[in-house]
Design a protein around this ligand. Structure first.
Ligand code: TXA
Ligand code: MG
Length: 318
């Protein structure tokens, strides 16, 4: 299995693999995805196998333009249309009733489908060259840390994918924000790279999942997810904790007092965007340092901080 730097040639090769039913890991602006032909059920089945992902957890379809993406839905409320116009391409996934052509394996049998148009030019060039929607979950093993570099993909998936396209470190670093609609109101299924505040400015105040009268939350948003191998414990910033050779520390902006085997600072200037971009890379580094416990500082829960806290909470779930 080859890791190839993004170029016109490698994108063409990756697109040919996808057309032939293969699985290719590729960069997006959020995290790396493991892509396959989204209209080919057998190709999609390979994604589940390579990731060890349960079949009840549906995939996101990626398109190269908003016009093409829209065709994967059978119904689009006006507020969803406004979001598409404003935020695609970008780190926003919309969940809406699916078009007939979307295979059941993509949606795990649900009547809705998740779709997004990535902002990454390499991703869009790949989808365009493949000439079909590309189904792609994050390119990690099921339940493990998401990949923000080609090396992260390689470490977890090894020779599973037919090819890894290397586009360097991803810019946003956390997965897309997932939004569905209930009675025309947006509902947040997963906080992510597009802050909820931005979405609410365009689509109005979000309804809470529990008030949706039975609309399913994202089935893949399991409580325990994004987990590093070490035990992760969320702490208040600056709180003194017992360090030592078996402990790692994930700080928001300032190095902790005390000795730790490994320390990562997400953003020395206390910027949530920078922190999100560094989150998974820092967790991968702490994990591979061999520590038993990772202390992770709470970050402010607004803007991208909401996505960071969501990932930390899930990584800390027992
Ligand atoms: O940024 C991202 O979204 C990345 C990149 C590769 O695009 N992809 C990603 O995919 O994070 P994945 O499979 O790791 O997460 C997709 C989430 C899952 O939690 C899944 O349950 C949810 O989307 N999902 C997919 N289809 C759905 C549907 N019809 N209804 C509700 N949730 C859905
Ligand atoms: Mg994932």
């Amino acid at each position: 299995m080859a890791i190839e730097k993004v170029s016109a040639r490698s994108i063409k090769k990756a697109a040919a693999l996808i057309k032939a039913g293969g699985a290719v890991a590729f960069p997006t602006e959020t995290v790396y995805g493991l892509g396959a032909d989204g209209l080919n059920p057998e190709a999609c089945a390979r994604i589940f196998e390579i990731k060890g992902r349960p079949r009840f957890d549906p995939l996101i379809l990626h398109e190269c333009s908003a016009a093409r993406a829209r065709k994967l839905f059978s119904k689009v409320p006006a507020s969803a249309l406004r979001l598409m116009k404003k935020f695609w391409p970008g780190p926003l996934t919309l969940v809406l009733p699916k078009a007939a052509e979307v295979p059941d394996i993509v949606t795990s049998g649900l009547k809705t489908v998740a779709v997004r148009v990535p902002a990454s030019s390499a991703a869009r060039a790949l989808i365009k060259a493949a000439g079909r929607p590309v189904a792609a979950p994050s390119a990690n093993s099921f339940g493990r840390l998401s990949p923000t570099t080609a090396a992260h993909v390689k470490r977890q998936l090894g020779c599973g994918p037919d090819m890894i396209l290397d586009g360097g470190k991803t810019a946003i670093g956390v997965e897309s924000t997932i939004i569905t609609f209930y009675g025309g109101r947006p509902v947040l299924l997963r906080p992510g790279g597009l802050p909820l505040e931005e979405i609410e400015k365009i689509a109005g105040p979000a309804a809470a999942i529990k008030n949706t009268g039975g609309a399913p939350p994202a089935p893949g948003c399991l409580k325990k997810h994004y987990a590093p191998r070490a035990r992760l414990q969320i702490i208040e910033p600056g709180r003194r904790v017992k360090g030592g050779a078996r402990a790692g520390y994930l700080a928001f902006s300032k190095k902790p007092a005390g000795e730790f085997r490994a320390v990562r600072v997400l953003s020395p200037r206390g910027d949530l965007r920078e922190a999100a971009a560094n989150l998974f890379g820092a967790l991968h580094r702490l994990e591979s340092s061999g520590v038993k416990t990772i202390y992770a500082e709470r970050v402010p829960a607004h803007g991208l901080g909401r996505a960071i806290m969501d990932r930390l909470k899930r990584a800390s779930a027992k």
